[in-house]
Write a new protein. Structure first.
Lengths: 292, 130
C-alpha cells in the first residue's frame, strides 16, 4: 500500500501550504502526485428567494481558490512533483468521494471538521462521512501549532492504536512502506477498565501480560521490516488514554482503524476514531476496513 | 483542408473560448478535459496543433508535454502552452524532472499565460501552423 498520490482537501482556513510542506516528506517513500481540492458548499451560492443563483459569488470563490492553488502548484511543479486541482461546488463528502475515485488517490488529507456538535448530530461528521464513502485512508491533519510533537514530520513517530479490529491490523500494511520516514512506531492497546475490575492483582497483571504479548507480535512485524517498534498497554477510556499515550510516546501522529458503522449508529453511540480525529491535537490517520 | 486543433484544458470556459477563436479563424476544434484524455485524442485525432493547459486533473500538461516530446511518433506535434502557471515554473519543472533522471525535453515554442486575448491566441496559432 504505497502513497503515490494524495488528495489534499482544504477550505484554506483549516489547512495551508505549511501542511503540504510537511506532507512532502512522503516523497522519501513514494509520493509523486498531489491533487488539491476545494469544495465550495452549495449553500454559499445556492438559489435564494429574490437573489437566485449567486453566479458572481460562485465565480469569485472559484477564482480565489484557483489563485491559491496556482501558487501552491507552481512551488510543487518546480520541485518536480506532479500536481492536479479540483474546485467544485457541492457537498464536501460527495465531491471528495467522486474525485478520489476519478484520481485513484491513495490517501485523502483533510482538516478537522468545523461542524458544531449539533450539526454533527444531525448531519454526521465530515471526517466519518468521507471515510465511509472512500476506500482509502484519511489523514485528518492538525496545524503544527496544535500538535505538540509534529515539528513538520508527521510520519516520524506514529502511534498505532489497535483494538485488534481488521482495519487497525491493516494499518500495519499501510505503515510498512513508509519505513524511510519512520523513526519508531508505538503500538498501543487501551484495555477496558471493566476487564480488570474485580480481578486480583495477579489476574490484572496476566491481562496486561497477554495484551503486551499480542502487541509484541505486531511490533515484530514492524521490526522484521526494519522499523523500530515498542508496545504499550494502557487502561481506561480509549479517547483520553490514546491522547495520553501519544503525548507520553512523543507521537507525531495517531493511526487507527475505523469500522463500517452506519452513520446514524455512530451519531448515537459515538466513535473513538472520530473523537480522536476531531478532538485530539495529533494528526490522525484513519484506515478504513477492507471493501469487498 | 482545414487544420485540426485540439484544446486540452479542464476548464469548460477556456475550451469554449478557444473553440470560438478556432472556428472564427477557420480551424477545426476538438477538445479534451485532462492530460490523459488529451493523449488519447492526440493519438486518435492526429491534430495539427495542441493548445495545452498545465494544471489539470488526472495528468498535468507538464507530464503530457514531456510524454509528447519524448515519443518518437508524437515529438513533432505542434504545441502552444496556454496556462495560469508561469512559463518560468514550467521550465524549472521540466529541468527538475530532467535532474531526477528523466530525458531532457526542448522548451515549448509557444507559451501564453492566461488570460489571453482572442487576437493574440489567433496570431500565435497562425504562427504555429499557418
Amino acid at each position: 500500500m504505497e502513497i503515490k498520490k494524495l488528495m489534499f482537501v482544504t477550505k484554506f482556513e483549516d489547512l495551508g501550504y505549511e501542511a503540504v510542506q510537511a506532507l512532502l516528506s512522503l516523497r522519501k517513500a513514494s509520493l509523486e502526485h498531489i491533487v488539491f481540492m476545494n469544495v465550495i458548499e452549495r449553500e454559499k451560492v445556492a438559489m435564494q428567494r429574490g437573489v437566485g443563483y449567486k453566479k458572481e459569488e460562485a465565480v469569485r470563490l472559484k477564482e480565489a481558490a484557483n489563485i491559491r492553488f496556482i501558487d501552491w502548484a507552481e512551488r510543487l511543479f518546480e520541485q518536480g512533483m506532479e500536481v492536479g486541482v479540483y474546485i467544485q461546488i457541492g457537498s464536501l463528502e460527495g465531491e471528495v468521494a467522486k474525485a478520489v475515485r476519478k484520481e485513484e488517490a491513495d490517501l485523502v488529507v483533510i482538516g478537522r471538521s468545523h461542524k458544531t456538535a449539533m450539526e454533527q448530530f444531525y448531519s454526521g461528521s465530515t471526517v466519518t462521512g468521507i471515510i465511509r464513502r472512500v476506500a482509502v485512508p484519511v489523514l485528518v491533519y492538525k496545524p503544527a501549532s496544535e500538535s505538540p510533537f509534529s515539528l513538520g514530520k508527521p510520519f516520524e513517530r506514529p502511534l498505532l492504536a489497535t483494538d485488534w479490529s481488521p482495519a487497525s491490523l491493516r494499518a500495519i500494511d499501510y505503515l510498512l512502506p513508509l519505513k524511510p520516514l519512520i523513526q519508531e512506531v508505538s503500538v498501543v492497546h487501551v484495555a477496558d477498565e471493566k476487564e480488570i475490575e474485580g480481578s486480583s492483582a495477579m489476574q490484572a497483571q496476566q491481562i496486561r501480560k497477554d495484551t503486551k504479548r499480542r502487541l509484541e507480535e505486531l511490533c515484530a512485524r514492524f521490526e522484521a521490516a526494519g522499523i523500530a517498534a515498542r508496545a504499550h498497554v494502557y487502561v481506561g477510556e480509549p479517547e483520553p488514554e490514546i491522547d495520553k499515550a501519544a503525548r507520553e510516546c512523543q507521537a507525531t501522529m495517531v493511526v487507527m482503524g475505523t469500522s463500517a458503522k452506519m452513520g446514524w449508529v455512530e451519531r448515537f453511540i459515538g466513535s473513538t476514531p472520530r473523537e480522536i480525529a476531531e478532538k485530539s491535537p495529533f494528526p490522525t490517520l484513519l484506515i478504513p476496513p477492507e471493501r469487498r | 483542408m482545414a487544420k485540426k486543433v485540439l484544446t486540452v484544458d479542464d476548464d469548460p470556459d477556456v475550451r469554449l473560448f478557444t473553440t470560438t477563436v478556432l472556428e472564427e479563424n477557420g480551424y477545426v476544434p476538438v477538445e479534451a478535459g485532462n492530460g490523459e484524455e488529451g493523449l488519447q485524442m492526440i493519438k486518435s485525432e492526429h491534430p495539427d496543433l495542441v493548445i495545452l493547459d498545465v494544471l489539470m486533473p488526472r495528468q498535468s500538461g507538464i507530464r503530457l508535454y514531456r510524454e509528447l516530446k519524448t515519443s518518437k511518433a508524437l515529438a513533432n506535434v505542434k504545441i502552444i502552452i496556454l496556462s495560469g502557471i508561469a512559463k518560468k515554473t514550467f521550465l524549472r519543472s521540466q529541468q527538475a524532472l530532467t535532474e531526477f533522471g528523466e530525458s531532457p525535453v526542448p522548451e515549448p515554442d509557444f507559451y501564453l499565460e492566461k488570460p489571453v486575448e482572442a487576437d493574440v491566441l489567433a496570431d500565435t496559432i497562425r504562427k504555429a501552423i499557418g
